[in-house]
Design a protein around this ligand. Structure first.
Ligand SMILES: CCCCCCCCCCCCC/C=C/C(=O)SCCNC(=O)CCNC(=O)[C@H](O)C(C)(C)COP(=O)(O)OP(=O)(O)OC[C@H]1O[C@@H](n2cnc3c(N)ncnc32)[C@H](O)[C@@H]1OP(=O)(O)O
Length: 288
């Protein structure tokens, strides 16, 4: 738990250094970052001006671009535009499907190719963190992306009888709204024209959508359990020549249990990002 929290705090710290304007006022540190100091850089609630239209912000954005390098900026802009478009296509297909058919049955089948393609493409986000072109923690991104890949390929794609569960629609809607907002946020930020409502949506929608998505995912895995137990799929039984056994049923149970320690860390990471971006609050780690 500590590792993830520290990594997340370090990500915030990197950004904090970038956005430091007036001398910060040290505050006692929250329990998430022992030994450091939290600072409140500014507390403006920039209700009307969310873009990089103020001189300070413009300078910061230009500096950020220079640090990133032209190639990385061009690549990230392309990547974010492609991902926004992909998730928009998914949203439109889902709405059209529901309006035409009046049921969610068959919806997954109609969008599965697009979903698999764009969600798998998101593996590049781990690469972006690893090579340092985005300031996000590899661990936070890794948990987020791998849990999605797992849901898409090893649960929903592999276990056909659950594809028409209502819970699948629940996480699909939560993911789709989140990703359209998130990737358009990154795109407009890179282009230095971030409308405030996108910034607001990026750091508010998750408050509801994250729990909704997680409930959808957990209910879907739960619905898969009887089928997995009955068929013994993806399981290796003893005896075999390698003398190893693996039970996918218990693996699913452990995965469900792992949401209990992992999800709060992702959620609190987002709450910290929200405080930083919308309220100007930043966490600076102390050099010990
Ligand atoms: C093998 C099996 C494993 C199973 C494991 C099971 C356990 C799993 C438990 C948890 C389950 C979670 C399931 C998820 C469900 C859902 O998603 S439901 C729908 C709601 N979801 C969300 O709201 C998702 C929120 N998550 C995220 O946004 C990210 O994935 C994140 C990594 C968790 C946080 O993003 P982060 O990057 O840290 O925050 P930001 O504020 O957006 O960005 C920080 C800085 O990085 C820059 N940046 C990041 N990416 C890009 C990019 N693509 N392009 C350009 N820039 C990028 C961003 O601009 C910020 O920069 P600064 O402003 O300079 O700080």
């Amino acid at each position: 738990m500590g590792r993830l929290t520290e990594a997340a705090a370090a990500g915030g710290g990197a950004s904090a250094a970038r956005s430091a304007g007036p001398p910060p006022t040290p505050l006692p540190l929250s329990s998430t970052s022992p030994g450091g100091t939290a600072t409140m850089a500014s507390s403006e609630e920039d209700g009307t001006n969310g873009g990089a239209s103020e001189p300070g912000e413009e300078k910061e954005a230009t500096g950020k671009r220079r640090r990133l390098g032209l190639l990385a900026t061009v690549w990230l802009t392309f990547y974010n535009i492609a991902m926004t478009a992909g998730w928009l296509v998914l949203a439109i297909t889902m709405v059209r499907f529901y309006m035409e058919k009046g049921t969610h049955k068959g919806l997954y089948k109609s969008i599965q190719k697009t979903l698999k393609f764009f969600q798998t493409f998101a593996l590049l986000e781990i690469v972006h963190c690893l090579i340092g072109i985005v300031p996000t923690s590899v661990i936070v991104t890794g948990v987020q992306v791998s849990s999605r890949i797992f849901m898409v390929w090893l649960v929903t794609h592999s276990i056909k009888p659950i594809q028409n569960e209502e819970s699948v629609v629940l996480f699909l809607v939560a993911w789709t709204v989140t990703e359209i907002t998130r990737y358009s946020f990154y795109t407009f930020s890179l282009l230095d024209h971030l409308p405030y409502f996108i910034k607001w949506a990026r750091y508010n929608f998750f408050i509801i959508l994250y729990p909704v998505g997680v409930v959808g995912e957990l209910l879907t895995i739960y619905a898969a359990l009887p089928y997995v137990k009955k068929t013994g799929m993806f399981s290796i039984r003893l005896p075999n020549k390698y003398n190893v056994s693996f039970d996918y049923y218990y693996f699913l149970l452990i995965t469900m249990a792992s949401y209990i320690p992992l999800f709060p860390q992702l959620y609190f990471h987002m709450l910290r990002q929200r405080r930083k971006v919308l309220h100007g609050e930043v966490i600076v780690e102390k050099d010990d």
